[in-house]
Design a binder for this molecule. Structure first.
Ligand code: ZN
Length: 520
């Protein structure tokens, strides 16, 4: 019974559990066995040989936002903007191609990279566009700046109270400066339709771009037009609209505000063909370190007046319970130590109510009380981590959290040694989805608290075995698992972090077939 079988042969197969040989036998879409060529080859089975190369499980990104990522690739990114003047010019130039009634919406502003070292205000943006609504998002997605026209459209003025779970920055007279944090962004973003910034082709191209990095499945976070990057619209509808062109496995986490909306999105994803499936609910317990909105037990070291924004509320509890009842996972964003403690309290209750701890994830788990690391291990809940954050934050993170807390900030090794299941991701477009860069940063941490760096095989596990488990997938390359394989030019476990950064992806196989990169 050799029909449909193929034997992939290379220098070695490398997994996070060792090197079990140099060949992978597949049949159709599935792995049959991994071992040595000598024992797996037999007459009639075609051999696909990659001499000098390495066969790895396909890379998994446990947490990213494909529609905003595609939008950032399609031109809405403010990457490379280094001064407020350049920002103003960028908005002016970007607006020229827009229709008269289209808003200007952009992503990925990094105020830390601006020469002025401050967030812009509405006055800065008004200099570029005074009539057209403008909304620009900090790269983390937790802070945005609106121009005066956008604030007026949303009716946001000195009399507008801060919404629950968010805040409006104000000048000394109480007038909004244009800077909106957390749920306050939604006041403006839900009114602006910028979904035209990403076409279906651009979305498909972005997914093919992931395969060129070796990625074979993603945990895709989808907004429904009312969460972060809300002006991109109903992201589930966008993904469902290209379902028959999706080259990888997309596991959807939905940011919903009602259980009906969650159930509806789950049905739409599950009905959209074999590449898409609903995986769970995505909620927010707090904001970001960059925006000073992460919820901390004690104030930020560089902002002694600020302990961040707690967003976890009864709605999250209700939606988490609804997701569990529907057979789904629960993934809750928690960056600050106070937010992480609160999510663990919620998870303890869900587990007491019968939830499977393996289906409960804390997204980011950035700053942790030591006792919470033990609690996570004891509960068996997953930390979904993004080592690439360190590549963006290394020059200010120590000042922000202080010497006491930096020792348990992104404490990858402590989590791993404690036995907490770890899944790796990028939170793209917050960071690049490049898993090789993520793997390298999991090890060298851009020089920040390097004692918390992972060993090479554990860093590989983040983006393979660990992320697969966090996505509810079978153990990669185990018999019967999907034949999701990446062929690369080097062994990441034998390489230095910098060599891992330079990994060349030769071919990516999804479900037993190489991706034809030219095909749409
Ligand atoms: Zn995210």
């Amino acid at each position: 019974m050799n029909a449909g079988r193929q034997l992939l042969v290379a220098e070695a197969v490398r997994t996070a559990r060792g090197s079990p040989g140099n060949a992978i036998l597949i049949e159709g879409e599935r792995v049959v066995a991994v071992g040595d060529r000598d024992t797996l080859e037999s007459p009639g089975i075609p051999i696909v040989e990659f001499s000098g190369a390495y066969l790895l499980p396909g890379m998994r990104d446990a947490h990213m936002h494909p529609v905003p990522y595609a939008s950032s690739l399609a031109g809405s990114s403010l990457d490379g903007v280094t001064t407020i003047d350049v920002l103003v010019d960028t908005i002016r130039i970007g607006s020229e191609v827009l229709g008269a009634d289209e808003p200007y919406v952009a992503l990925r502003l990094d105020d830390g990279a601006l020469a002025e070292r401050r967030l812009p205000t509405r006055h800065d943006l008004d200099a570029a566009e005074s009539e057209r609504p403008v909304l620009i998002h900090r790269y983390c997605g937790h802070v945005a700046i609106a121009n005066t026209a956008a604030l007026q459209l949303a009716g946001v003025d000195a009399s507008t109270p801060d919404p629950a779970g968010g805040s409006i920055d104000r000048d000394v007279d109480g007038v909004p400066t244009g800077v909106l944090r957390e749920t306050a962004i939604d006041l403006v973003s839900t009114l602006l339709d910028a979904s035209g910034t990403v076409t279906d082709d651009a979305l498909v191209d972005a997914l093919y771009g992931l395969t060129r990095m070796g990625i074979t499945s993603i945990g895709a976070v989808f907004g429904l037009g009312d969460g972060p990057w809300a002006s991109l619209g109903d992201e589930v509808a966008r993904m469902v609209g290209i379902a028959d062109r999706v080259p990888i496995t997309v596991h959807g986490f939905v940011i919903a505000h009602t259980s009906d909306a969650l159930a509806d999105a789950a049905r739409r994803l599950d009905d959209a063909g074999s590449r898409l499936r609903w995986l769970g609910y995505k909620g927010f317990a707090d904001g970001s370190l960059g925006g000073h909105t992460a919820a901390m037990h004690a104030p930020f070291t560089d902002r002694p007046d600020e302990t961040g924004t707690m967003r976890l509320d009864a709605t999250d509890r209700h939606l988490a319970e609804a997701s569990v009842a529907m057979g789904g996972m629960v993934a809750i964003h928690a960056i600050g130590d106070r937010a992480n403690s609160a999510v663990l309290d919620l998870f303890e209750e869900l587990i007491a109510g019968g939830a499977d701890p393996h289906r409960l994830r804390i997204e980011h788990a950035s700053v942790l009380d030591r006792s919470d690391i033990e609690r996570m291990a004891h509960l068996g809940v997953t930390a979904s981590v993004q080592p690439a954050f360190l590549g963006s934050e290394f020059d200010w993170i120590v000042d922000r959290v202080g010497a006491d807390r930096i020792v348990s900030t992104y404490p990858f090794a402590s989590l791993d040694y404690a036995g907490v299941p770890l899944g790796g991701g990028s939170d793209s477009p917050v960071e690049s989805p490049d898993p090789w860069a993520g793997m390298a940063l999991a090890r060298d941490r851009a020089g920040v608290m390097t004692s918390e760096g992972l060993l090479p095989d554990r860093a590989l596990s983040l983006f393979t075995d660990g992320a697969a488990a966090a996505l509810g997938e079978p153990l990669p390359l185990s018999p019967g698992s999907p034949a999701d394989i990446v062929v690369v030019d080097r062994d990441p476990v034998a390489c230095s972090p910098d060599q891992v950064r330079g990994t060349v992806v030769i071919e990516t196989w999804v479900h037993g077939a190489p991706i034809e990169v030219a095909t749409r």
